[in-house]
Design a protein around this ligand. Structure first.
Ligand SMILES: [Zn+2]
Length: 202
């Protein structure tokens, strides 16, 4: 375990060291890597950060060709799992084959484009407010928010619920710990915990 506390949003992602290949050393057809990529991406859409379970399960998730396969220069990457990202159907649809950094090796042009979640820490680009709103901290985050509508209400609520759940877990854990030590919570403290649970259910 690293010393970093568990992240609620945009976890750091790491690729597996290698992916299975055919006996001739070439990659299988890209769909073969679906489960590998799901694990690499912690079963979350790399763009909106929705977990598969939050948007209808694994069948709602797709494999995104990060560098779009529709461009000649990326055609060789079509089956390369290192170019595959887990994405929800919405984000994959809206990302389509947009690639503003075309003609360079970069993933964005300093203003528009995308962030490689395996190479960079997305929390340096995005911030989530307590009400679940997402904020762009630096380019190309603003472009991504606009293109993929990351500020839509469904996602705001989803992020807000995650924050509430996390708060609720912490409150319950704190109460348990205190009770175990014989430090009984008073009525006001219990009311606060119940209010947190109530907010979660609304
Ligand atoms: Zn998404």
């Amino acid at each position: 375990m690293s010393g970093e506390p568990e992240r609620i949003f945009f976890p750091r992602l790491k690729r597996q060291d290698s992916y299975p290949v055919k006996s001739d050393g070439t990659f299988y057809v890209y769909a073969h890597y679906r489960e590998h990529i799901a694990i690499d991406c912690q079963h979350r859409c790399v763009y909106c950060d929705a977990h598969a379970d939050e948007v209808g399960g694994a069948e709602a998730m797709q494999l995104d060709h990060f560098r779009p396969e529709s461009f000649d220069e990326f055609l060789l990457l079509i089956n390369d799992p290192r170019n595959l990202h887990y994405a929800c159907g919405r984000c994959n649809l809206w990302k389509s084959d947009w690639w503003p950094a075309r003609g360079t090796d970069a993933t964005h042009n300093g203003r528009d484009g995308f962030i490689d979640p395996f190479a960079e820490d997305r929390l340096e680009y995005f911030e989530v407010a307590l009400n679940g709103e997402i904020r762009a901290l630096q380019p190309p985050a603003g472009y991504i928010v606009r293109l993929l509508r990351l500020d839509r209400e469904f996602l705001r609520k989803l992020r807000y619920l995650r924050l509430l759940r996390s708060l609720w877990r912490k409150k319950v854990a704190d109460l348990r710990e205190r009770i175990a030590k014989g430090d009984m919570p008073n009525a006001e403290e219990l009311d606060q915990t119940l209010a947190a649970i109530k907010a979660l259910l609304e």
